[in-house]
Write a protein that binds this ligand. Structure first.
Ligand code: ZN
Length: 474
């Protein structure tokens, strides 16, 4: 008898979360009065009504959704660090803080879409040492020609100028644990002055990537670059395009090539004129004071424009750069660009194309607006503004992102056997995506903490206790 009991207990849950509303990310509707049984770092089972044995934790009628997945981030980047002149120690601390910010916001998995091999190794080291961090997948250094876009913006990304370069690079990326390769087709962010690979070399790079079983992700921000990308049949294109669509939306849908949204790239800078957007409690918690200051001050804005002029014309004389700085985007230009990318994403969606959530959080240290964690939540809000339903936007940030990254069944859904990654919310994001900011707790790999616990707690922290939400369950 005792033996049987012990066996039953051994098979049972460590913990059963009860009194919750479950949206499990599978596409199924919300289950009221649900429970989620967790064992170690895994989801054991989910159900409705009477929960199985195990130590129970009430979530007070709150909504539970899968941990979010951001399919385009740069966790090594520190927003605005280059404009402040942060030293390396300060940047290191900020990087650790950025990883915590992701989890505090409910983003439990991210794709690092471009880091040097050194950065990749350091990030992985932190993750395996138990530092609070989202699950990190990486594409390694970005593949672009010498003196091109990559050189202009990023350090530690060697120029790839031949098939031999590509072969060496792919072998090293594979060995370092990259899950794919990122190829950039970018003649310049504001002005088309930068060299790109020939079509022939691009095809060779795609062939090399496939030989190493590294799915190809292509950075492309304009229609022509998207068309060039489609020829390579990549796993995904890493930005929405900015210019006139032609029949590109239909073509993307026909070819079934997912677009990683990155609407926040154009929307993020608008925070400069609307600093009150950072006044909610979650923003106050996850955005460090120095980053907030750079992103919302006049000095920060001036330095940002100067840096953008410099990196947009990396090989030009200082005089030309200073002229370019004067011509750099104003608020009106940014608002127009933001509207265009929203419209284009809506067009791809209406054409039946696949959209996956990615924010480009961090990007590079010259940009002060792309806060880690918060950018991902903002991206989901923007997907809804572009025309996705709240549920479609959430699926783009959970199940569909997991599928893109080869994590189906492991992340993005709350289903038996998956990693125990989930977000507990006071409000319902299926009604309004801004509800993602009402996060009260996040479980990552079976560990449940409040956002404050993820930002300020140690490597291991005390369990959270949740009072019923005001007014009781809906
Ligand atoms: Zn990026």
């Amino acid at each position: 008898m005792i033996l049987i009991l012990t066996l039953l207990q051994a098979r049972g849950a460590d913990r059963v979360l009860v009194d919750l509303r479950l949206w499990d990310g599978s596409g199924a509707p919300v289950v009221e009065d649900a429970w989620v049984a967790v064992r170690g770092d895994r989801i054991l089972a989910t159900g409705q009504g009477e929960p199985p044995p195990g130590s129970r934790q009430s979530l007070g009628g709150r909504m539970v959704i899968p941990g979010l997945i951001d399919a385009h981030t740069h966790p090594w980047a520190v927003p605005g660090a280059a404009l402040r002149g942060d030293d390396e120690d300060t940047r290191m601390q900020a990087r650790l803080q950025g990883l915590r910010a992701f989890v505090a916001c409910g983003v439990t998995t991210v794709l690092d879409a471009g880091s040097s091999f050194e950065a990749m190794e350091a990030l992985r080291g932190w993750e395996s040492a138990g530092e609070p961090s989202p699950r990190l997948l990486s594409l390694g250094p970005v593949v672009g020609p010498s003196d091109g876009y990559v050189d202009a913006f990023l350090e530690g990304h060697p120029g790839i100028d031949s098939v031999e370069d590509a072969e060496q690079h792919a072998a090293r990326a594979k060995q370092a644990g990259a899950m794919g390769l990122k190829l950039t087709i970018e003649p310049g962010y504001f002005l088309p002055v930068l060299p790109v690979h020939s079509a022939e070399l691009r095809r060779e790079i795609a062939r090399v990537a496939s030989q190493h079983e590294l799915p190809l992700f292509v950075h492309a921000q304009h229609r022509q670059a998207h068309l060039d990308a489609i020829e390579l049949q990549p796993r995904a294109i890493l930005h929405i395009f900015r210019d006139a669509p032609g029949d590109l939306p239909q073509q993307l849908a026909r070819e079934d090539i997912p677009v990683v949204s990155t609407l926040h790239v154009d929307h993020g800078p608008l925070v400069w004129q609307t600093p009150q957007a950072l006044d909610d409690p979650l923003s106050r918690l996850v955005v460090p004071a120095d980053q907030r200051q750079t992103a919302t001050s006049r000095t920060g804005w001036r330095r940002y424009k100067a840096a953008m002029a410099r990196v947009s014309l990396p090989h030009s004389a200082p005089l030309l750069q200073s002229l370019a700085r004067r011509a750099m985007p104003t608020g009106d230009y940014l608002r127009a660009a933001a509207r265009r990318s929203l419209r284009n994403l809506g067009r791809v969606h209406r054409a039946g194309g696949r959209i996956v959530m990615g924010s480009d959080s961090g990007a590079y240290d010259e940009i002060p607006f792309y806060f880690h964690g918060l950018s991902s939540l903002r991206e989901v809000e923007l997907l809804v503004q572009a025309g996705l339903s709240p549920e479609e936007a959430l699926l783009a940030a959970t199940r569909d992102a997991a599928q893109l990254l080869g994590l189906a069944g492991e992340a993005g859904t709350i289903t038996a056997g998956a990693s125990a990654d989930l977000v507990v919310l006071d409000e319902d994001p299926l009604r309004d995506p801004r509800a993602l900011r009402s996060v009260t707790a996040v479980m990552q790999r079976g560990e449940l903490r409040s956002p404050e616990g993820w930002v300020h707690g140690g490597r291991r922290s005390a369990p959270v206790v949740l009072a019923p939400i005001q007014g009781g369950p809906p």
